[in-house]
Design a protein around this ligand. Structure first.
Ligand SMILES: Nc1ncnc2c1ncn2[C@@H]1O[C@H](COP(=O)(O)OP(=O)(O)OP(=O)(O)O)[C@@H](O)[C@H]1O
Length: 235
């Protein structure tokens, strides 16, 4: 009988240490942003009577009117092909409105799509990290950050093109940490699509303490809930 209890207690303590290791790993994968330069409470976007057509028909039955303030967390929801990515492109200035206007202040933004296309396929892991090192931070600190995001020395020469979806996500998070300066806005387009549960947790944990604005297109209710989104646009 005693042995059964001892076995159970042993099992529980193993689970606990595993949990502790995971929690400390997640803590390590936080951004170390300097938030001081972020705009606070400013109108980032003032969207008035906005609509868009690729060819003949407007995308939205009703024109869009909204104000996005710095520090706010917005979920962009809607059915397939309802124009979520198009709205993001309009906000980021990649498309011009067919109707109405978007007034915006100067801001720094980062766009994370599901393919993490801000990464350069031809770079190695180390080249990519160095490319984002504009401050710059010393080489040993850069390498420490890479290691914190689980890129050990052996993979520093690996090409970005050969990284998996979750490795790309971790590399981009590491690069954001290397930049150090917080962007005013992080835009995420279906970021959890190619990630397993553990990596969704890593992404969530990295974004939870971020003080700037978030715009997130996602069908993943759990992810949106964990990010504590305050507002939503339904297209
Ligand atoms: N470059 C383009 N030229 C013509 N039509 C386009 C173009 N890009 C998107 N569309 C069309 O515009 C509509 C909205 O597309 P968009 O990608 O913005 O929707 P979405 O809500 O992000 O879609 P999903 O949830 O399926 O990813 C779709 O019908 C799409 O086919």
């Amino acid at each position: 009988m005693k042995d059964v209890h001892a076995e159970k207690i042993g099992g529980i303590s193993e689970d606990l240490s595993k949990l502790r290791r995971e929690v400390s790993q997640l803590q390590q994968m936080k951004f170390n942003f300097d938030d001081s330069a972020l705009h606070q409470g400013k109108i980032l976007f003032d969207v008035k009577e906005l609509n868009f057509k690729y060819k003949y028909d407007f995308l939205w039955k009703e024109d869009l009117n909204l104000q996005i303030l710095s520090g706010e967390r917005w979920a962009i929801k809607g059915n397939n092909a309802s124009g979520k990515s198009t709205l993001v492109k309009l906000l980021l200035g990649d498309l011009k409105p067919s109707k109405g206007k978007i007034e915006k202040v100067d801001f720094k933004s980062i766009y994370l799509d599901q393919n993490y296309s801000s990464l350069n396929e031809n770079f190695s892991v180390l080249d990519q990290a160095e490319h984002f090192n504009k401050t710059p931070i010393p080489d040993h600190e850069l390498k420490t950050i890479l290691t914190r995001f689980l890129f050990r020395k052996e993979v520093w020469n690996k090409k970005v093109s050969s990284l998996s979806g979750s490795e790309r996500m971790r590399l981009l998070l590491a690069c954001l940490s290397i930049i150090g300066k917080a962007p005013d806005l992080i835009v995420l387009d279906e970021p959890t699509n190619n990630l397993d549960l553990e990596n969704v947790e890593i992404l969530t944990s990295a974004l939870q303490d971020y003080k700037g604005s978030l715009l997130v297109i996602s069908h993943d209710h759990e992810f949106l809930k964990d990010l504590n989104m305050q507002k939503e646009i339904f297209l």
